[in-house]
Design a protein around this ligand. Structure first.
Ligand code: LLP
Length: 421
């Protein structure tokens, strides 16, 4: 459930008409609903209510400071994958003891940054990384809290570009090697072993791969404890999928996911961490765009929008489906027609949808892409010198711009022409 609904024939974000935001801020624009973010976060809190836990929001899905502040104030931790994301979490007021640091390529500068600023745990992805963290921490007289990210060799049954838990993926330490690496970690001066980490992929719509991975983590926990390691924390990653198509079968609910966790690892007495991104932010956001032209092609009609692949790359990158709805509600019973929905960027791949059935829309009309709150604004670029688009947060009957649309002057001012040219 989200808070983007039609009221009196007009799409609203909570209690604010979307057309009012579009008029005031311009299009394209991302709009987020505070109530939806809160609701999704609380669903995970309830799902893990049976145990000690920390829900670390995967900042990569939506890293706007206002979104992070809202979730941080509810008690969320943060999962960061770069020094930049760490700085965002801190700037939003989240303390280091609620931040976990994931990612396969942490640089020495990033490791030092988070050791100085405070960190709950490094999710370590390789032996060389473990050695680097130990060396940097020991030089500071610290012991870095770590979990090893294990690769359980489980098929997440999701899009190949976002599956991470198969042995051929670059992520984690093969689970068969884990005991040996933990033994090595225990000898390092700058390391304190806290637990185990796993993340098998994103947009999972089936609980079975989670269950398989978590069972392997439970087995490993027992083996490591028998080896003398004090495993007290399990980070089970993110990845629970969301419904991108309203009328399709909905993926499992957080409460069901929580039950899978309880069944697999509930008897181990570990504190549980999870790293959801998409389920919290995805359906808490829409992208609103204006139709520039309706172009009649040969045998097809193109709806040319002012949003493009640089603003929302998921359709061209993964062939992802986003529901597209008119901001003015279609009359009941009105006939729909197929449109190719495209942006102005000079690539055929700048296509949001092919032969999508839509009610009659034309130049000047507003449309909204649903489920755009995760991996939307964060993956945007300035390709074709299109400025990044603004982000707006709605709560109840008011809204605020939480990222300004940059001016062309700002965009150009980042370049410089050397004097010898
Ligand atoms: N933890 C780790 C270590 C991750 O790599 C990810 C996502 C998450 C948590 C959060 O996963 P979520 O709960 O959001 O599924 N750009 C792609 C998704 C990439 C996901 C990368 N890792 C997309 O637009 O579908």
């Amino acid at each position: 459930m989200d808070h983007f609904t039609y009221k009196n024939g007009a799409l609203h974000a909570e209690d604010v008409p979307v057309s009012e935001i579009a008029r005031s801020v311009g299009t394209p624009v991302y709009i987020y609903s505070a109530a939806t973010l809160e609701r999704h976060f609380k669903l995970f809190q309830e799902a893990l209510g049976w145990t000690d836990h920390l829900i670390c929001f995967a900042i990569k899905s939506n890293s706007n400071l206002a979104v992070l502040k809202l979730l941080g104030d509810l008690g969320a931790g943060m999962d960061v994958v770069s020094g930049g994301e760490y700085r965002r979490a801190k700037a939003a007021g989240v303390p280091g003891e609620r931040i976990v640091f994931s990612g396969v390529g942490k640089t020495r500068e990033e490791i030092a940054l988070v050791l100085d600023g405070g960190i709950r745990q490094f999710n370590v992805e390789s032996e060389p990384e473990l050695l680097a963290i130990s060396e940097i921490a020991a030089a500071k007289g610290l012991k870095a809290p770590i979990a090893l990210r294990v690769n359980p060799d489980v098929d997440a049954k999701t899009h190949e570009k976002i599956a991470t838990g198969k042995s051929e993926n670059k992520f984690g330490i093969p689970i068969a090697k884990a005991q040996a690496v933990y033994a090595m970690a225990a000898t390092l001066p700058g390391i304190e072993v806290m637990g185990i980490d796993v993340h098998i992929g994103s947009q999972l719509t089936d609980l079975e791969p989670f269950e398989a991975a978590f069972n392997k983590v439970a087995e490993l926990t027992r083996a490591l404890r028998a080896d003398g390691h004090d495993i007290r924390r399990l980070d089970l990653g993110g990845g629970l999928g969301i419904p991108y198509q309203r009328d399709n079968n909905a993926p499992p609910l957080p409460i069901e996911y929580g039950e899978v966790i309880r069944r697999a690892v509930g008897d181990l007495g570990c504190e549980i961490e999870i790293e959801p991104g998409r389920l919290i932010s995805g359906n808490a956001g829409i992208l609103v765009s204006e139709v520039i032209y309706l172009k009649e092609g040969e045998g097809r009609n193109f709806l040319i929008l002012d949003a493009a692949m640089n603003d929302l790359v998921r359709p061209s990158m993964y062939g992802a489906h986003h529901d597209i709805i008119p901001v003015v509600e279609a009359q009941a019973g009105v006939e729909q027609a197929p449109f190719d929905v495209v942006g102005p960027v000079c690539e055929t791949g700048d296509t949001f949808a092919k032969a999508r059935n839509l009610p009659p829309v034309g130049a000047g009309d507003l449309v909204a892409f649903r489920s755009a709150g995760a991996y939307g604004a964060v993956m945007a670029s300035e390709y074709n010198s299109r400025p990044l688009i603004p982000e707006v947060l709605v709560r109840g009957d008011h809204f605020a711009v939480i990222r300004q649309r940059p001016s062309f002057e700002e965009m150009l001012s980042r370049d410089s022409i050397p004097e010898w040219l």
